[in-house]
Design a protein around this ligand. Structure first.
Ligand code: F6P
Length: 538
């Protein structure tokens, strides 16, 4: 039975878009002296400045009205209340329960879950402490000094962001990640590791994912070739929502989570076990606490002061109001270099949908293409297009004030500020021409080059600022993006928590492997795919 649908009222939003499409951002500061205050917000240690977005004050109000008519507040209550908001799979979506304070009382579809969550958290901490102290050791009695984390998609990207963001420069435990079914990935990860001191953690919600199982087999064989049978299972740990499958696969111990944890929302669960071990349980607890602080903000703040809501509205305004179907994210912190990849899955797997919750085709644009690179690297690559290409691509700068104890970071963040300024202000042809003349160019040369050196400006950006990149602020940042993604899904009236779009390719890959085993393409294959298969078989 299709879920009831509740489309938002887009009337005021569309009228604002038609009216304000050409408004100049820079003029809005004079038009509304309270603009910066109105369009910036503090939440859980983060500061968001949305005043360089392309909305006028009345468009901003129309966006808030859209959120109200879409029922964002009621939907938020349903999420936190553990209702079956993942309507195509009949599941609750309760990642906030994973990071709630110990002793909380969350329920998924009416069933209490917090006691079990707390138990897993304690078990992870005990196990992590045992590995870190050496009391939990390998088959030959030597302590573990390396972890190979095997998983893909949501079972990989979150823990990778966390590790890259928080890892010490010289960690006591060498944590490596393997996701790709390309054997090169595993080969790189295992290079230089000693099976006697290596822990393999296989992470898969379903424990059926082709890539992860294939890689897990390789890792298992690598351990088996070097270790005695007795105690070998201590090197092979599973993290899953299907513990019986992990046990059948040979995992010596499993840490579980429930099906109400979506893969791309799972980093708060045992999915991050490898980080809990390598960073320490107290670091993980601080990460959870930062996310919980963002949960509190999301639940309590009114819509017009609500960071995830405002971030979502800026995106909806760009995509649906101004027809800008892409967004670039540039973290100005090397430690956050994986953030764009994490957001690609979070946002595009959640909201890359073509039907409303009731199954009828969407009538608006949904998720934009999300891409990015850390700053300043991106500036020397695709930012040319962001500044001068004919399509407008909104930018999001994630800025860390203090990244190092002993080196100045202003050269890094000053670039982020400059990019936002350049995008908004641009440079007119007259200015470009005058600069050329001032630098000694002949008038003919100045005329010839001026348009090449013109920047249209009026290009929107958002700044998200944190003082330091700590476990707490990282937790808050990732939770901010999760809730932003949820709010967009509510406004678009789509199910943000299923991912049927990844299934067809998996099925066809299996069929192609059957053809490979049969030695050539089946008659059912289209000519192009058959030709490629024949060529690849050599
Ligand atoms: O194929 C996409 C996907 O289903 C993601 O949603 C998920 O995070 C990933 O695969 C890995 O799934 P699993 O954790 O079950 O191995």
């Amino acid at each position: 039975m299709p879920a009831a649908t509740s489309h938002a009222d887009w009337t005021a939003f569309d009228a604002a878009a038609a009216r304000d499409a050409d408004a100049r951002i820079v003029d809005q500061f004079a038009a509304d002296p309270a603009r910066l205050e109105r369009m910036s917000v503090e939440a859980a240690g983060l500061y968001l400045d949305l005043s360089k977005q392309s909305w006028t004050t009345s468009a901003f109000e129309a966006c808030l009205e859209l959120a109200r008519t879409a029922g964002v507040e009621a939907a938020r209550d349903r999420l936190f209340g553990g209702e079956a908001i993942n309507s195509t799979e009949g599941r609750a979506v309760l990642h906030p329960a994973l990071r709630a304070r110990i002793g909380s009382d969350y329920k998924a579809l009416g069933e209490p879950v917090s006691a079990e969550v707390d138990d897993v958290r304690r078990a992870m901490a005990d196990y992590a402490n045992a590995v870190r102290s050496g009391s939990e050791s390998g088959a030959t009695g030597r302590p573990f000094t390396a972890i190979v984390h095997v998983g893909i998609g949501g079972s990989d990207l979150g823990p990778r962001v966390v590790w890259d963001a928080l890892r010490p420069l010289q960690p006591a435990i060498d944590l490596r990640f393997v996701a790709n079914i390309d054997p090169r990935d595993m080969a790189e990860a295992l290079t230089g590791l000693d099976p006697e001191t290596t822990l393999v953690i296989v992470v898969s919600k379903t424990f059926t994912t082709q890539e992860t199982l294939a890689n897990a087999e390789v890792a298992k064989a690598w351990l088996a070739a070097a270790l005695p049978e007795t105690g070998r299972e201590r090197h092979f740990i599973g993290v899953t929502a299907a513990p019986e499958r992990a046990q059948a696969f040979g995992c010596g111990r499993t840490f579980a989570f429930r099906d109400w944890v979506g893969g791309r929302y799972s980093l708060w669960s045992a999915v991050s076990l490898s980080c809990v071990i390598a960073l320490g349980p107290e670091v993980f607890e601080a990460l959870l606490a930062g996310a919980a602080e963002m949960d509190d903000h999301f639940v309590a703040a009114p819509l017009d002061r609500n960071a995830p809501v405002l971030l979502a509205l800026a995106q909806v305004w760009n995509v649906d109001g101004l027809n800008r179907p892409a967004r670039t994210v540039a973290p100005y912190a090397h430690a956050l270099r994986r953030l764009p990849a994490f957001l690609q899955q979070l946002e595009m797997e959640s909201n890359g949908k073509r039907v409303f919750r009731d199954g009828s085709p969407v009538t608006r644009q949904t998720c934009p293409v999300v891409f990015g690179e850390p700053g300043t690297n991106g500036q020397h690559a695709f930012f040319q297009q962001i500044h001068q290409g004919p399509q407008v691509v909104p930018a999001e700068f994630v800025i860390v004030a203090k990244t190092h104890e002993d080196a100045p970071e202003s050269p890094l963040w000053s670039n982020a500020l400059a990019q936002g300024q350049a995008l908004m202000l641009g440079k007119s042809t007259e200015e470009a021409r005058a600069e050329l003349l001032a630098s000694g160019a002949e008038a003919v040369e100045a005329d010839r080059l001026a348009t090449h050196k013109t920047f249209p400006g009026n290009r929107p950006s958002t700044a998200i600022v944190m003082d330091r990149l700590t476990p707490r602020t990282l937790g808050a940042l990732l939770a901010l993006y999760e809730h932003k993604t949820f709010v967009e899904g509510v406004i678009w009236d789509i199910n943000s928590f299923d991912q049927w779009g990844v299934e067809l390719g998996k099925v066809l890959a299996k069929a192609i492997l059957k053809d490979v085993d049969a030695g050539g393409p089946s008659a059912a294959l289209d000519p192009s795919t058959a030709g490629l298969l024949t060529r690849l078989l050599g």
